[in-house]
Ligand binder design. Structure first.
Ligand code: GLU
Ligand code: ZN
Length: 466
């Protein structure tokens, strides 16, 4: 029997999948696939008011777009399901009962105010603000009396006193916590719902999860979750905590940098393979610095290659991987970017001409306008290039413009009449015809353009240069 390997992604569907979560999902998926293991998707929607079905649907769509698949999830049940926490209430109830039975958990009748006062006096005395254990030893009569006052109990986990809690973090190495620093913590809220850290570990155990990679913000939950698993007589998963994903200058990701998420990048036209190549390298390094196929991303995923420093997201890197992805993209895909923006039937020739200048669909739109549409008057560097060339340059170009635009003939005419060659010839010509200082080969663009367009732009350039 092979040793089972199960990893998971456990998002709370409370908004768009931001890049940090997308990276967590990708890492867990790569990790599972690398070990020929299972990958499951669990929706942590216990907080019913904050999530809705459409968010689950779009979350799954975004993960699929990124290239992830799951062996079990909300849309793919198995014996360990259901995979939505909102449907697992009875399982949590059973686990609460088991813990109470073993006196590993007890009802706490303290009010919010009482807890707050205890917290303040602990802080004032220079002690850590943990639960003072007020209800830890209440007998059944005392409990009944408090319930009789109308107090509604939470359920607290009884943390063993004086213990050292140690575990090996998959990313951070050996970790130690003093149990006395934790304090007995709430596992069931007064409204009867399970606390996040409780349902999270109960489900991991029930779903056979063996390995968890998650954000560093969960480090403090880990000793508590390991205690819960142990009290339930179960083996907790092995946890690894990933450094944060940050934006420029180490600040949390701003909206502009993509904190709003994967869906936005998708709408802008970023290709999933580009996003995957980027995310897989944020906090993880590959021996190969160049483009990696999905299979290679899986093959090269190693815990040892996970970094400890915050991972920096930067748009320039995203553009780099997008360029690589577009370079590898099928003609069909890029023709999709051109469709509706170029004359029907011209998609393939257009893409063949401008391909190297496409990064996003917006670029296809821009180049389509340059080739087939109308442009505002040139300005900036382009205008300067035109003015510097002088009117006579464009006179010659206009004379050299044959009935059927022929690039070779136009260039030959310009060379002969102006004595110019190289950049001195091509730069003003490009500026006048495309209103750009650089771009695709003119030889490839010209045959796509109507003679009237070329002529009008040369006339306009001549007027500017006069
Ligand atoms: N629902 C939790 C989150 O989104 C999951 C944490 C974990 O992976 O254990 O942060
Ligand atoms: Zn209490």
């Amino acid at each position: 029997m092979p040793i089972p390997f199960v990893s998971r992604f456990a998002p709370s569907p409370t908004g768009a999948l931001h890049l940090g979560n997308a990276r967590t999902a990708l890492f867990n998926w790569l990790y599972a696939r690398r070990h020929s293991g299972r990958f499951v998707l669990r929706i942590e929607d216990t907080d019913r008011t904050r999530s809705d079905e459409s968010q689950v649907t779009s979350l799954m769509a975004e993960l699929r777009w990124l290239g992830l698949d799951w062996d079990a999830g909300p849309d793919r049940d198995d014996l360990a399901g259901p995979y939505r926490q909102s449907e697992r209430g009875p399982r949590y109830a059973a686990a609460f009962a088991a813990l109470e039975e073993r006196a590993a958990a007890y009802p706490c009748y303290c009010t919010g105010l009482e807890l707050e006062l205890a917290r303040r006096s602990a802080l004032a005395a220079g002690r850590p603000p943990r639960y003072p254990g007020t209800c830890a030893a209440l007998g059944s009569a005392a409990r009944a009396a408090r319930a009789g006052e109308g107090r509604v109990a939470t359920l607290r986990f009884r943390v063993p006193a004086g213990a050292t809690l140690a575990y090996d973090d998959l990313v951070r190495g050996p970790q130690r916590f003093a149990s006395d620093d934790l304090g007995d913590f709430v596992i069931r809220r007064a409204d009867g719902t399970a606390a996040f850290l409780f349902s999270n570990v109960v489900d991991d155990v029930a779903m056979g999860v063996t390995h968890v990679l998650r954000g560093e913000d969960h480090v403090a939950n880990t000793p508590r979750q390991r205690l819960i698993a142990a009290a339930l007589g179960a083996e907790p998963p092995r946890y690894g905590h990933l450094p944060l994903l940050v934006g420029e200058r180490g600040a949390p990701l701003s909206k502009r940098e993509g904190s709003t998420g994967l869906a936005l990048l998708r709408e802008e036209g970023y290709l999933p393979e580009a996003v995957a190549n980027l995310l897989a390298r944020l906090g993880h390094s590959y021996a190969e610095e160049g483009w990696l196929s999905t299979a290679a991303l899986i093959e090269g995923f190693e815990l040892a290659a996970l970094g400890r420093a915050p991972a920096l997201f930067d748009r320039a890197q995203l553009r780099h991987w997008q360029k690589e992805a577009v370079h590898r993209a099928s003609g069909e895909l890029l023709e999709g970017w051109a469709r509706g923006r170029v004359p029907t039937g011209q998609e393939a020739v257009f893409v063949a001409a401008v391909r190297a200048n496409l990064l996003l669909p917006a670029d296809a739109k821009d180049w389509a306008r340059i080739v087939y549409g109308e442009l505002p008057p040139p300005d900036g560097e382009v205008r300067e290039l035109i003015v510097a060339a002088g009117a006579s340059f464009f006179d010659v170009a206009l004379e050299g413009l044959p009935e059927r635009p022929d690039y070779a003939r136009l260039v030959a005419a310009l060379k002969e009449a102006t004595g110019r060659g190289g950049a001195a010839l091509f730069r003003p010509l490009r500026a006048a015809l495309t209103h750009r200082a650089d771009g695709p080969e003119l030889a490839a663009l010209l045959p796509l353009m109507r003679r009237e367009t070329l002529q009008a732009r040369l006339v306009q350039a001549r007027a500017l240069a006069a």
